[in-house]
Design a protein around this ligand. Structure first.
Ligand SMILES: [Zn+2]
Length: 189
């Protein structure tokens, strides 16, 4: 099996991640699951919906000048595929942001303090997760739907309901417009 992607730039970013010491296992996992990766105008940045084994990426990143940034965002989303949860949490987001940072460092992409500040946080520490939520909300300050999603996420990853489709869509629909967008993504598949 292999990851499902059409755009050449996505294939190149996938190959780039596979070459990195911290990326080889991630890209192998995405290949094994045959996850679908595509550009969608509904997304800013990246978004993973494990319910439908799909990653969606902002079409603004379909540009060779943004290749390093695309690679880092894809590595973040690959983290979510590896986590495999249908319901997200700040804990999982922090782990994904830290992977994104490690990839940026490895490929020499300069990132601002708004990303670097995730590095020292501990995904198992409650007050660090509260900090992470504040940083994520700050990153999403120009997108109300994105803010709504992250404001509604639990700090720690729920264990019982995490693979429950009802719980997954309850979380998505709680996000209002973002939820509607997620439904559209499912329908478009
Ligand atoms: Zn994420």
């Amino acid at each position: 099996m292999a990851v499902k992607m059409v755009a050449p730039i996505l294939k190149d970013a996938h190959a780039r991640i596979a070459q990195l010491p911290m990326g080889a296992a991630l890209s192998a996992q995405v290949d094994q699951r045959a996850t679908s990766v595509s550009f969608s105008t509904l997304i800013s940045g990246g978004f993973t919906l494990n319910v439908i084994n799909s990653i969606f990426v902002d079409p603004h990143l379909n540009d060779r000048n943004s290749f390093d940034w695309l690679t880092c965002i894809l590595a973040h989303e690959y983290c979510h595929v590896q986590q495999g949860f249908w319901v997200d949490s700040i804990e999982q987001e922090l782990i994904a942001y830290q992977m994104q940072l490690r990839v940026a460092n490895e490929i020499g992409l300069a990132v601002g303090d708004d990303f670097k500040r995730f590095a020292p946080l501990d995904p198992k520490n409650k007050s660090d997760l509260e900090q992470a939520r504040a940083f994520i909300l700050d990153l999403a300050k120009f997108s109300v739907p994105t803010q709504t999603i992250y404001a509604s996420l639990p700090l720690f990853q729920p264990t019982g309901a995490a693979d429950n489709i009802g719980a997954a869509f309850k979380q998505l629909s709680a996000a209002g417009l973002a939820g509607i967008q997620a439904w559209q993504l499912v329908r478009d598949k």
